[in-house]
Design a protein around this ligand. Sequence first.
Ligand code: AMP
Length: 472
Amino acid sequence: MKPNFSFEDLLLVEPLRLALEETGYKIPTPIQQAAIPPLLEGRDLIGCAQTGTGKTAAFALPILNRLAANPRRLEARRPRVLILTPTRELAIQIFDSFKIYGKHIKLKYAVVFGGVGQAPQVKALSTGVDILVATPGRLLDLIEQRHLQLQGLEVFVLDEADRMLDMGFIQPIRKVIKMLPERRHNLFFSATMPPEIMQLASTMLVDPVRVEVTPVSSTVELIQQSLMNVDKDKKRDLLRHVLKDPAFKRVIVFTRTKHGANKVTEVLDKSGIRSEAIHGNKSQTARQKALENFRAGRTRVLIATDIAARGIDIDEITHVINFELPNVAETYVHRIGRTARAGASGMAISFCDEEERAYLRDIEKLIGKKIPLNADQPFHIAYNGPVRPAPPEQRGGGGRRGNGGGRPQGGGQRRSFGGSGRPQGGGSRSDGPRPQGRSEAPRPSAGPRVGGPIANGPANGTRPTGRPTGNR
Ligand code: AMP
């Protein structure tokens, strides 16, 4: 297949071509370019890619093509395809994508996940489904209760394997793999490839094609990043302050903990700013509702923890605010990638208190540059390394501020297959105080995949917030 082929060049079945035409997709994304041809040939695949790259269509299209070209009679409780994914939100998104791409193909789909009653899921399975999207816990529950059998499976997709590992799902997954028929088509996706994940892949895949994309860098290039130094107990004031700017139309605020997310919502509510929180303690219904309100523009600010936000696919997020910096540098890149989707530009502002300086250093090493100081520093305090905002007359200039210092070393390497699984540019973690507290953030699992340069946006900030102003 020639490079940069179009969907037309792929010999997909007519109903799929029609659905793609209707979605307006013309050129496959890099992961689709790399994955679809070998998948159509029936090769196993290991893909290093994350949500936001077009990964869902990369596996959904060949699967739909296969099922449409080889019809089989529906069998109660025996799906032909199983897609395992770590979170309910991702499961729903994948399910929705299958329905869109497969709208002209006569197939049945179901999605099962925990936290909701199982009766409708059992009913759907009992009438037979071709394609099942599931989270691991509920899947195993249903299998144990004999509502589901995997013996008839033709295709198995393991999605976000590294996140599965972070969330403690590896044992359930091993259990599922043991139940699968020997002959099957396997697809394995993970954003990072630490050794445990490579090991799991090796038990599952037969002579796989390896595909790697570096989505984060390409997305992140469009994001204007900036830093606001702030005293820990002034963060809420700072958040209220930045949200006064009407340019902050659709904002995700990240906190490290569920408790922190709730607190921020309360504070914003008191200030008359409509916000909702999503995190692991919220019911499925509450999370869905919050996402819908946010998507529809009824809620201006969504407060999220990292796990809850994983896979959120909402376009036109104008700003990502790191109310607390993540303790895993790579999470920073995932977070800011929530904005600047679908080719739009976006802004990411990080609030950094003294205790988070070590996290900031890790992040800057990972992305290979300093995050520029925001022009607006209303709650700035000087740390041991003085980082002072420029006097007002200099603010538009983008010149060096304070201890602008040298560029961080390292960072920016691509994580590739077969590596050690440790961050290579991430630096030591013993160089500063660490905030305490229960965190929902995943543990570090692999090295950086940030390939290219990360643009910091224009250095001539004149707006009160959101505009970076050159180096520190
Ligand atoms: P995913 O990584 O599957 O979550 O996809 C990210 C976004 O890209 C989704 O909003 C898809 O609808 C969109 N998308 C997927 N493939 C294409 C394509 N070939 N052209 C344009 N948009 C796409």
